[in-house]
Write a protein that binds this ligand. Structure first.
Ligand code: ATP
Ligand code: MG
Length: 763
């Protein structure tokens, strides 16, 4: 049992406790994932049948990596373990059991675009205002309901839900939900939330099935438990209820998916659900330097709601955390790239030692620009992935239709692409006919002669026959041969080939790339079933970070903080630390949301092993307009002793020394004023003379501070600013909505603020 040597005593204890319920709630980098990995290896060593182990991870990539590590300890037995995300594991089970809940085993998995398209169609058919019934809003509402296991029937009967919808003028959501569920069912399709919702339904209504999987999965483990939602919680609880061999690990301070229904209660419930629970504490962080761990602790201590825990590191203190300021988003990209370039050159590091993390996908653009200029290879995780490209989705829609002709979204996508003279009106008539006769659009196609003129019906029937010919082909040919046949005969390959533009060429190459991927898949030796239908199931469930075709390449990683969960990199850059961006504007209205943003910041900084750099820009393009930005409040919250401010990038690109100040004044206060009067005396070095005040503790707003409506603000009035404290209005200039107020603040002196941005309370 040599492998146990790689664990500290508490980790060992958790690994050795193989019977009964176990929970580890511990800080970032303390080895939670490592414990799960070793625990599985240990179970196998102890003779537990690897077929009886289920491990649920947050991404399939995490599962793959874990499997490799277990293999190095326990050998090829590790191949038999069920391991993957909740969605992929339960989709696999649903395929086997689908008929029990009335679904075909070849059901389609609708992605977010498909779901939105279905919703748009329903909202249109119901003649509802699509602004009020915004597809994203409606989708979130339905998704949240499913994740809380609220069916459409319960939704319509629940008084509180109905009251909420009616009060916002959206009383029809319940009906949309009902239509959406029926529409998906008719199309033989499940959306992502259904994979969990239907699993719950299956386990609830079929005791024999529940019993079968309770006996199969005698040992369950769940990583990142803090981000499970109610639906996932219940599945785990049901499966574990006989053997009770369940081990969950997580960190409440890293719960960052509440907006998608993740529920911290799942941790608290756990103790109630399993009175025999053994809880293990892990306090040592093995990932990061002391400075990084201290900064992380100092960030999270600002949250009121958290389980108290100690985290310490015995690694070296390490460099202080660098704070960089840029004048624009582009410059932020430039200085980030330069910093990476230098460390790569001077410290002999690899490009894959670096990661740039941001709050929103859109921020990747300026980073990419900076990296490209220095020829630094990089890879973006998430964002528009290969499988979300139009041409790929088109070809895949043909595959989907081949295996599930009821798939309405796939049908709509390709019935007239490439063009074959079936116009929108005809498509509408097919859909309407299907609705009227309660048949699938596919059945309507087959019978189209009954409601279309003979020429159109002929074209439509020909399309149907083409798909039927594909069905025949896939029964006998390999995945690759079938895919190639379909691509050639549906007309798509020809259409793209004829488009000689650069984009056209690109799209053609992408299709080739997809076909290459299928070829590789058909040749895999570790799979028993490798038809095109199996390939389709695989790709429907890939999470964004799994879609990485080039995983071994030496590249800098770019990703949102959400996708960085569980990962680690020697050097991490967290960019865009600005108010309204991070914390995001949407989080500013409630403490709960703000605390979730802070946890996100905690996740970001705890990804770093040896060096952490944080940056912000003082201006940034947003929706095509240049806006000025204030440094994030999160910077203020970090204990300044761990920080090193590097504001050398001072010159604006125009070379105009006033450029920055002018822009700051435009958006509310010159940067010189705003940051020049530190409350606490700062060590007078050139680098931080101007800047310590940003990080010095700001004014603490009075209890109950809420910004007032300032449209009636008058000269002479006394006001309170969230950060600058109390002051008096000296002048008001300009016209609505661009009125500027000059205010003399007691603590920080005179400032000019643009009223629409300033958060003032009239006292
Ligand atoms: P997160 O909360 O970010 O998911 P975690 O608690 O899952 O973190 P791990 O990823 O398991 O932490 O471990 C962090 C790093 O520390 C990994 O590189 C891991 O290999 C290493 N590590 C953990 N425990 C030990 C140990 N006892 N000895 C040496 N290295 C360790
Ligand atoms: Mg982990």
């Amino acid at each position: 049992m040599d492998y146990l040597k790689g664990l500290n005593p508490s980790q060992q204890a958790a690994v050795l406790q193989i019977q009964g319920p176990v929970m580890i709630i511990a800080g970032a980098g303390s080895g939670k994932t490592r414990v799960i990995t070793y625990r599985v290896a240990h179970l196998i060593q102890k003779g537990v049948d690897s077929f009886n182990i289920l491990v649920l991870t947050f991404t399939n990539k995490a599962a793959r990596e874990m499997r490799e590590r277990i293999m190095s300890v326990a050998g090829t037995e590790a191949k038999n373990i069920w391991m993957g995300t909740f969605h992929s594991v339960f989709a696999k089970i649903l395929r086997v059991e689908a008929d029990k809940i009335g679904y075909p085993s070849n059901f389609t998995i609708y992605d977010t675009d498909d779901s939105k398209s279905v919703l748009r169609a329903i909202i249109k058919e119901m003649n509802l205002d699509d602004k009020l019934y915004n597809q994203n809003f409606v989708m979130n509402r339905i998704s949240a309901s499913k994740n809380n296991l609220v069916s459409w029937q319960e939704y319509q009967q629940n008084e509180a839900i109905q009251a909420e919808d009616f009060s916002s003028g959206r009383g029809h959501i319940g009906k949309i939900y009902e239509n959406y569920v029926n529409r998906c069912f008719r199309a033989g399709a499940m959306d992502f939330d259904d994979l969990l919702f239907k699993t719950n339904e299956l386990l609830k209504t079929h005791n024999d099935v529940l019993y079968k999987y309770q006996n199969k999965f005698k040992y369950l483990m769940v990583d990142e438990y803090q981000d499970t939602n109610f639906s996932q919680y219940l599945i785990v609880k049901k499966l574990a209820s006989i053997n009770q061999n369940i081990c969950v690990v997580g960190d409440d301070a890293q719960s960052i998916y509440a907006f998608r229904g993740a529920n911290i209660q799942n941790i608290l419930n756990f103790e109630k659900d399993y009175p025999d629970l053994k809880v293990f504490k892990l306090e040592q962080n093995y990932r990061s330097t002391q400075n990084i761990v201290n900064v992380a602790n100092s960030i999270i201590s600002n949250n009121k709601e958290q389980l108290k825990k100690n985290v310490f590191s015995e690694k070296e203190h390490g460099d202080k955390i660098k704070v960089l300021r840029a004048f624009s988003d582009n410059e932020e990209g430039k200085i980030t790239a330069e910093s990476i370039f230098q460390d790569h050159a001077n410290k002999g590091m690899k490009w894959h030692d670096f990661a740039i993390l941001y709050r929103t996908n859109a921020q990747s653009r300026s980073m990419e620009e900076g990296l490209r200029k220095l020829n630094i290879p990089y890879k973006i995780y998430g964002g528009l992935s290969f499988y979300q490209r139009k041409e790929i989705k088109d070809l895949i829609a043909y595959f989907r239709l081949t295996f599930n002709p009821s798939d309405e979204e796939a049908l709509k996508r390709v019935i007239n692409y490439p063009k074959r003279g079936i116009g929108d009106t005809t498509v509408d008539r097919i859909i309407v006919a299907a609705g009227q006769h309660n048949i699938t659009p596919w059945e309507a196609i087959v019978n189209s002669a009954q409601f279309l003129d003979s020429r159109t019906a002929n074209t439509v029937v020909n399309f149907g026959m083409m798909i039927q010919s594909f069905q025949v082909i896939t029964k006998t040919m390999s995945a690759y041969d079938s895919a190639l046949y379909i691509a050639q005969h549906c007309g798509l390959l020809k259409d793209l080939y004829e488009d000689k533009s650069v984009e056209g060429l690109n799209r053609y190459e992408n299709i080739q790339e997809l076909l290459n991927g299928i070829k590789e898949f058909s040749e895999r030796e570790d799979l028993e079933e490798k038809g095109l239908d199996v390939f389709m199931q695989d790709i429907a469930l890939l999470t964004n970070d799994d879609k990485d075709k080039n995983k071994d390449a030496d590249t800098v990683s770019l990703m949102t903080i959400h996708s960085s969960k569980g990962l680690e990199f020697p050097h991490v850059y967290v960019v865009g630390l600005e108010e309204n961006l991070f914390p995001s504007q949407m989080s500013l209205n409630s403490r709960t949301d703000l605390e979730e943003e802070r946890r996100l910041f905690y996740v970001a900084v705890t990804r770093a092993e040896s060096k952490l750099t944080i940056s912000y820009a003082t201006s940034r393009f947003k929706f095509g307009t240049l806006i000025n930005c204030e440094p994030s409040r999160f910077l203020d919250e970090i204990d300044a002793q761990y920080l090193e401010l590097d504001f050398t990038a001072k010159k604006a690109p125009t070379g105009n020394p006033f450029f920055d100040d002018d822009r700051a004044a435009w958006a509310g206060g010159s940067s010189k004023d705003a940051f020049s009067k530190p409350k606490a005396p700062a060590p007078a070095t050139k680098a931080n003379i101007k800047t310590t005040s940003i990080l010095a503790k700001a004014h603490v707003p009075s209890a109950g501070y809420t910004p007032s409506d300032t449209s009636n603000l008058q000269v002479g009035m006394e006001v309170e600013h969230e950060r600058f404290g109390f002051g008096k209005v000296l002048t008001l200039d300009g016209n609505k909505p661009d009125i500027k107020a000059t205010i003399f603040f007691k603590d920080v002196g005179q400032k000019q603020l643009l009223l629409k941005f300033a958060k003032l309370r009239i006292v």
